[in-house]
Write a protein that binds this ligand. Structure first.
Ligand code: DX5
Ligand code: ZN
Length: 211
């Protein structure tokens, strides 16, 4: 268990992106979380490879790119070329999970899989040897600043229990804040993705330390 905080830029001030990224770098972050939404898989639209490429020029931090898009395989190449280090696809959106995960690895990125709150972790059991990063959603994807869904702790426990023969990282995304983070990390997961609670704080450095 590593206890890493991965700032989600969805909650950052995009007019001051450079400054906001440098604040979390200074605070000690090693990886950023980028939320890509297509207005189809989720009812919201954010950004595509163009912005990922700009972010990549602003920082050397690892870019974990969370693809909340239908048929994600159509966009693997442009996102890897833009500098995405991990490509996280939704098991609910992929048409051929094994093929997608292998393609991501062949392109030179780390394959990740995200699970919606109502998808059971066990769906991943046949695929674990192809996965570097598991993202357990603790809210329904689409928007920041939603409340943590308690029964997703079960998926966290299952992901930790199934890891004994594998080496994947386990991350949790949605509603993680100073109130919920202890419960999340106590399951044994490695990475807490934090958006609004970090970038919405009056002092980002201080909040990072509190978390
Ligand atoms: C939700 C996104 C999250 C989001 C988390 O669809 O996948 O990464 O930014 O935001 P907070 O931390 O505000 O719940
Ligand atoms: Zn996300």
């Amino acid at each position: 268990m590593k206890r890493i905080i991965s700032p989600s830029l969805l909650a950052a001030d995009f007019t001051r992106l450079d400054e906001q990224i440098h604040s979390v770098e200074e605070a000690g972050a090693s990886r950023l979380h980028l939320d890509v939404m297509d207005g189809n898989f989720v009812p919201n639209i954010t950004f595509g490879p163009l912005i990922v490429e700009a972010i990549n020029r602003l920082t050397d931090l690892r870019l974990d790119t969370h693809l909340m898009i239908e048929k994600p395989h159509r966009y693997f190449e442009p996102f890897v070329q833009a500098g995405a280090d991990t490509l996280i696809i939704h098991v609910e959106a992929s048409e051929n999970l094994d093929h997608d995960l292998s393609t991501i690895r062949t392109l030179g990125a780390s394959p990740g899989v995200a699970l919606n709150p109502d998808t059971d972790f066990n769906i991943l059991l046949p695929h674990l040897n192809l996965i570097d990063y598991i993202l357990i959603m603790s809210v329904f994807p689409g928007f920041g600043a939603q409340s943590f869904i308690e029964n997703t702790l079960e998926n966290m426990h299952k992901a930790v229990a199934a890891r004994k023969d594998h080496a994947y990282l386990i991350a949790v995304d949605g509603g993680v804040n100073t109130q919920t983070i202890d419960r999340v990390f106590s399951t044994g997961i490695d990475i807490a993705v934090v958006g609004s609670n970090l970038f919405g704080a009056p002092d980002i450095l201080l909040r990072y330390r509190e978390l």
